[in-house]
Design a protein around this ligand. Structure first.
Ligand code: C2E
Ligand code: MG
Ligand code: MG
Length: 740
């Protein structure tokens, strides 16, 4: 900054004329300091790194060219004219494609459906501006007409033209931005306009052969570079890509200005003499401006039928095109496949919408690859896609659905994060199950839910599914009522120390006391709660109840830590730690009275976010257990990385340890793994004395399972503890209660 100010003041003070200290040393130092800032921005940049890198390269090319211009040409010091083509021109010219790459990178996403209008608007703007430029540069163009134009004049003329073309492109893109979008481009446009001004002054000066380095025009270039550097620097902090909206009125600004400029030039041409080039450019502008009127209908048609994100046909296009397929020769069989990604909401919530969008784009690409030229593929919205398979019987549809499932199961790489996903596909058949798309959609939708709840990947509609669909909706309504009317109850299952038999805590397990269907296990409603977005509410209800119980135990002088299961979708709420803190405070409980059982899939998502939330919970004294340990498919690196207190080894590993030596050694080594990492090991699903003893021998810390006790309603749980007395659990002679 200091350097910059010194240079500007010295430059102004010095007046015109090249000075080796001011224009050479100070000027160059100032420019290189700005280049340094740009490259520091590259180092800092995260999401926008590629574009910042291109921008820094463009600025470097410009400054390198300046440096050569000033130092490498000896005749400059003598104050000679500079208007021959030099190596510097290569640097100056390189600036434009490099900056163009930065812009292209910046706009590369989501531009699919607006690409053509952006192009056309930018072209109208660029031609209009060039027409005005041709008028302004009249002396140069006229003199070039007298004698053949030298390459150096042509290049000099090109600079302001390129500047304006870039300005028009940026303005064209920026005008399509969704409201509230990025305002940073104003810096870039201003910088380029300063370049244009300086370049015009340069060309005019060069025409009369008097341009000398060391005038205040240099300051205009310098300020242009400064604004570009500020833009680059601001870009480095951007995380979100640009979002574009079609049909914005602002999008018309650029073509309107371009058209007005062209009209002005043509009108001027009727009054004074202007170069023919200006007239040609102005006329071209008007022709281009009129082009959308000609293509308007087609463009509108295309835009309204295209999904903006993926470029696929949208729901409207599917509804428009399907009837023709159904009408075709002799009612050829077709199959409608409705595809919905599993747990897409979690990806969106934990990794951000940007990653979610990238996932959808890649899913669209894979789907396209699986399908034939006569099949229709459309994105219906969100994570829902539809495929109308041409000439397809039930069996063909099922095997195609399986192939799609397989193709989607492969890893996706999204901005450096590798991710797996799966999809549920519902199938409805034309003409046997319906002859119009609306009916087939409804049936495919019901089949899709069947596939989703049954985890079967795909399912062909069957008349029974009608009933299931209705049933599902009813259950959802009832679940909402259950949350409102306090129908959820908790059962508690003890975790005992294998060393001493003392009860160390209890896991709270939710049940639904359904007014007609009786006590329902969590398996019958948790998936529904998750899918319908009720899970977060459910978790808060369970937490409230479990902590009420912990407060009662504390009041009865038998304090016990209560463990609550939290699904990934609740944990990604950044205010979750604060909510927990206030729930604890309201009941006068310490953080240590709560254990949160989380599953590995939460840890699999955004690691930084997981660490931040878990650390905040830990800071409040809350303990973290990894539930169903060993069943997730995440890497174990999180164990080293994240604040975790307990591993709960999944039942499926514990059940077979008596009969299967390999299962036994797996458990034994997992116990030492946990201890090596200073974690507590809890075995779930302990159903027999033999397993209990074996686990004790392996040094496992705690056990939970039917052998010790089934999950019990709070009052029965208290009785069970009373019966144990001070000796703790010594073997199952106590209780075999009613709960499942
Ligand atoms: P989980 O957290 O792994 O809970 C242990 C499950 O294993 C419980 O099933 C428990 O009844 C069962 N279990 C305990 N000991 C034994 C045994 O010795 N043998 C066998 N075969 N099973 C045993 P439950 O209560 O049906 O819960 C199933 C799952 O539902 C839980 O697995 C947990 O993931 C989820 N869940 C339960 N309550 C909640 C809740 O409040 N919120 C959330 N998000 N999930 C919950
Ligand atoms: Mg659990
Ligand atoms: Mg478990």
């Amino acid at each position: 900054m200091l350097l910059l100010c010194t240079y500007v003041i010295s430059r102004l003070a010095h007046g015109n004329g090249y000075d080796p200290t001011v224009d050479g040393l100070l000027g160059m130092l100032a420019e290189w300091s700005m280049v340094t800032v740009a490259w520091l921005a590259v180092r800092r940049a995260t999401a926008a790194r590629a574009e910042v890198c291109w921008a820094a390269a463009a600025i470097s090319a410009q400054v390198l060219a300046d440096t050569y211009y000033v130092f490498a040409r000896e005749d400059l010091t003598a104050g000679a004219s500079t208007n021959a083509v030099t190596i510097s021109d290569i640097g100056y010219l390189l600036f434009y494609p490099l900056l163009f790459c930065a812009l292209a990178q910046r706009a590369r996403r989501r531009l699919v459906s607006v690409a053509f209008p952006v192009f056309l608007n930018s072209a109208v703007g660029a031609f209009g501006a060039s027409a005005v430029l041709a008028v302004v540069l009249q002396p140069v163009i006229e003199s070039a007409r007298q004698e053949p134009m030298g390459l150096s004049t042509a290049i000099a003329l090109a600079y302001p033209l390129f500047d304006l073309v870039l300005v028009a492109i940026i303005a064209g893109i920026a005008a399509f931005q969704a409201s509230g979008g990025d305002r940073l481009w104003i810096l870039l446009v201003s910088g380029l306009l300063l370049f244009t001004t300086a370049d015009v002054l340069y060309v005019l000066a060069e025409a009369t052969d008097v341009y000398l380095i060391g005038t205040n025009v240099d300051l205009v270039w310098g300020s242009g570079i400064l604004l570009l550097v500020l833009w680059t620097d601001g870009l480095a902090d951007r995380r979100e890509p640009l979002v574009f909206e079609t049909g914005r009125n602002e999008a018309l600004t650029v073509p309107i200005i371009g058209t007005l400029a062209a009209l002005f030039v043509l009108l001027l041409g009727t009054q004074i003499h202007i170069p023919l080039l200006a007239l040609v450019l102005a006329s071209t502008t008007l022709v281009l401006a009129a082009a959308p009127l000609v293509f308007r209908q087609r463009m509108l048609h295309r835009i309204t039928r295209t999904d903006e994100l993926t470029g696929l046909p949208n729901r409207r296009a599917l509804y428009a095109d399907a009837p023709a397929k159904f009408k075709g020769r002799a009612r050829k069989p077709h199959a409608l496949l409705l595809l919905d990604l599993d747990r897409f909401k979690e990806v969106n919530d934990s990794l951000g919408h940007d990653v979610g969008d990238l996932l959808l784009m890649q899913v669209a690409a894979r789907l396209r690859r699986e399908l034939g030229p006569n099949d229709l593929l459309a994105r219906l919205g969100g994570d829902e896609f539809a495929v109308l398979l041409d000439d397809s019987e039930s069996a063909d549809a099922v095997s195609k659905a399986a192939a799609i499932g397989e193709s989607l199961a492969g890893q996706f790489m999204l901005e450096g994060i590798s991710l797996q996903t799966s999809a549920s596909i519902g199938i409805a058949l034309f003409p046997s199950q319906g002859t119009d798309l609306r009916l087939l959609m409804r049936k495919a939708d019901m089949a899709m839910y069947k596939a989703k709840t049954g985890h079967t990947g795909n399912h062909v509609y069957h008349s029974e599914d009608d009933h299931h669909g209705g049933q599902r909706l009813r259950t959802l309504q009832e679940l909402r009522e259950a949350l409102r009317d306090d129908q959820l109850v908790l059962h508690y299952q003890p975790k005992v120390s294998l060393d001493t038999g003392q009860v160390q805590g209890a896991e709270a397990l939710v049940r639904w006391n359904h007014p007609e269907r009786g006590l329902l296990p969590p398996a019958s409603f948790l998936a529904l709660a998750e899918e319908s977005g009720l899970m977060h509410e459910l978790t808060l209800v369970v937490l409230g109840k479990a902590l009420d119980q912990a407060a009662q135990w504390q009041a009865a002088q038998t304090p016990l830590a209560v463990a609550v299961n939290v699904s990934a979708s609740s944990l990604i709420d950044t205010s979750f730690p604060d909510k927990i803190e206030s729930l604890l405070k309201q009941r006068g409980l310490a953080g240590a009275s709560l254990v949160l059982e989380i599953t590995e899939d939460f840890l699999m998502g955004d690691r930084d976010r997981a660490r931040s939330i878990l650390t905040q919970l830990r800071d409040r004294g809350v303990q973290i257990a990894v539930d169903d340990f060993g069943t997730g498919y995440s890497s174990l690196s999180y164990l080293r990385d994240l604040p975790i207190d307990e591993l709960k080894l999944d039942q499926s590993f514990v059940f077979p340890i008596i009969d299967d030596p390999r299962a036994a050694s797996l458990v034994a080594s997992t116990v030492s793994l946990a201890h090596g990492l200073d974690l507590r090991m809890v075995a779930e699903g302990v159903e027999s004395r033999a397993v209990y003893d074996q686990l004790t021998a392996y040094g496992c810390d705690r056990a939970q399972g039917f052998y010790i006790s089934r999950p019990l309603p709070a009052d029965e749980f208290d009785q069970w503890i009373d019966l144990l007395g001070t000796a703790g659990f010594t073997g199952n002679r106590v209780h075999q209660p009613t709960d499942s």
